[in-house]
Ligand binder design. Structure first.
Ligand SMILES: NC(=O)C[C@H](N)C(=O)O
Length: 512
């Protein structure tokens, strides 16, 4: 039996191989991750809730199934534990969206992706921290705690899914689920040296994902390797009749594409460098690592061309009209009537339903959420609707056309995933625009509904991880997995292992 540290540093597919060869049980893996969580949480704070007993029960059930030889239909990652962003509902396990307004709510049902994880025999370790209702880029807007970046605990892990990214980055979980509305999987992955994928819109069911901006939201994988992300997306993806935007098509062969990529041969592939996603505002160390990555793609036989997507420059502005509009409508359901917090109006005020709702929302929502609800209501109000919301929707169409044009010139597009490395706590909290700009490179894919992913591209001059982003055409997610796996392999050959081999993990020292 390996030590806890050795075990938790394995990739998910390596863990799965050890389960199959009976070297470890699912229970042993869960126990190792729980011990790591206990040791890491005082410094990392990635979890809002650790589902200790549920995870052990699920692991034992899987181990019994394996012992009985009942393995039919089980995917490759069967038995491997996973963490889940607290934006996804889990039956019997508290789900808060990191908001006081949902504190204490225990969902009576599972999201489709959770049902699929359970069917795959994957124990759920717990629920990870996020910016309240997934609104933010640093996880500092959580109503409960701030998650630290394992590469420097004085810095943010990105957001909104900083909890999932840090949990995977700090070896508290081999895998996690996130949600990505404007970059909330990819930007935290870039900042923590993990792999983060936003699948095609409609490729993974949103049933049971707490709605932020429904036309943009998408659930996706966080992992420490490209192959692990592919294997996980194959498990959670596919048609679901309970999500009206779900695409009735099978999941593309993602793991096969990743394995193809690991052969490091990209002859015949055209890679498009997105001109608008570099230059001003991009940290020199980020651009340097990105350019080296592009060079490696070329060395493996890819042809690199520059493509222009002129309307990408408007995507942040249009996103900040469309997203708050949808937020203002989706968050209207938190009315103190049905679930979560209820605050009665102060004494001396009329005890009406309207006053109760106002008091509940005043106490239950944080400042960033209130800011977006106000922006959204304004953008949708009579007289402003056409000017704001209507124009933003037109920009969205132009962004979709930019992608269509670009994919005529290249098979896959690339850019840095985040213009900067991880920033310090507090640095962007008083300046919402600076915070919003963190997502400038990730938002275009959400606007177009197309798939995109970030993989580690090494460390910048400041010693912090840099994310390399790939974009693929809609419903062709496999197209990005091949070059991503190839680049990962080429980089690892250069570094002598995955990027996190250089991560100092003092919290693991005392874990037995
Ligand atoms: N959920 C996301 O992708 C959110 C994005 N970072 C935002 O603040 O809107």
């Amino acid at each position: 039996m390996s030590s806890t540290e050795e075990l938790v540093k394995l990739s998910a597919s390596e863990m799965a191989a050890k389960i199959r060869s009976k070297e470890v049980s699912s229970r042993e893996l869960v126990e190792a991750e729980l011990a790591t969580i206990d040791a890491a949480e005082p410094s990392i704070d990635a979890f809002l809730h650790v589902a200790r007993s549920e995870a052990l029960i699920q692991a034992d059930a899987f181990d019994r199934r394996l012992a009985a030889g009942d393995t039919e239909g089980l995917p490759e990652l069967a038995g491997v534990p996973i963490a889940v962003k607290d934006m996804i509902v889990t039956k019997g396990i508290p789900t808060t969206a990191a908001s006081k307004i949902l504190q204490g709510w225990v969902p009576p049902y599972d999201a489709t992706v959770i049902e699929k994880l359970k069917a795959a025999g994957m124990p759920i370790l717990g629920k990870t921290n996020l910016d309240e209702f997934a609104q933010g880029s640093s996880t500092e807007h959580s109503a409960f705690k701030t998650t630290k970046n394992p590469w420097d605990t004085g810095r943010v892990p990105g957001g909104s899914g900083g909890g999932s990214a840090s949990a995977v980055g700090a070896f508290e979980a081999p895998l996690a689920l996130g949600t990505d509305t404007g970059g909330s999987i990819r930007q935290p992955s870039a900042l923590t040296g993990t792999v983060g994928v936003k699948p095609t819109y409609g490729g993974v069911s949103r049933y049971g994902a707490i709605a932020m901006a429904s036309s943009l939201d998408q659930i996706g994988p966080v992992s420490r390797s490209v192959l692990d992300a592919a294997l996980l997306q194959e498990i959670i993806g596919g048609y679901d009749k309970r999500d009206s935007t779900s695409i009735p098509k099978p999941v593309p062969p993602l793991a096969q594409a990743a394995r193809e990529g690991m052969k490091m041969d990209l002859k015949g592939m055209k890679v498009g460098l997105v001109k608008e996603l570099s230059g001003e505002g991009y940290q020199p160390g980020v651009e340097a690592r990105f350019n080296e990555g592009v060079k490696l793609l070329e060395d493996m036989g890819a042809e690199v061309v520059e493509v222009s997507c002129p309307h990408f420059s408007y995507s942040l502005a249009a996103y900040y009209i469309i997203m708050p509009s949808e937020v203002s409508s989706n968050l209207a359901r938190y009315d103190g009537m049905r679930y979560g917090l209820r605050v009665m109006p102060p004494e001396g005020t009329a005890q009406t339903a309207a006053n109760m709702m106002a008091a509940t929302r005043e106490a239950g929502f944080g400042d960033e959420v209130k800011r977006r609800i106000i922006l959204g209501i304004y953008a949708l109000s009579a007289g402003y609707y056409d000017a704001w919301y209507g124009s933003a929707q037109k920009v969205r169409t132009l962004i979709i056309r930019d992608f269509e044009q670009a994919f005529k010139q290249a098979d896959v597009l690339v850019s840095p995933a985040s213009p900067t490395t991880a920033f310090k706590f507090g640095e962007r909290m008083d300046d919402p625009l600076a915070m919003y700009l963190s997502d400038v490179a990730t938002i275009p894919a959400n606007m177009a509904g197309s798939p995109a992913m970030s993989i580690p591209a090494g460390l910048s001059d400041d010693g912090l991880p840099v994310g390399f982003q790939f974009f693929a055409p809609q419903m062709r997610d496999e197209v990005m997995y091949k070059p991503a796996a190839a680049l990962e392999a080429a980089l690892q050959a250069q570094w002598g292992g995955p990027v996190h081999k250089d991560l100092k993990t003092p919290w693991l020292q005392d874990v037995k």
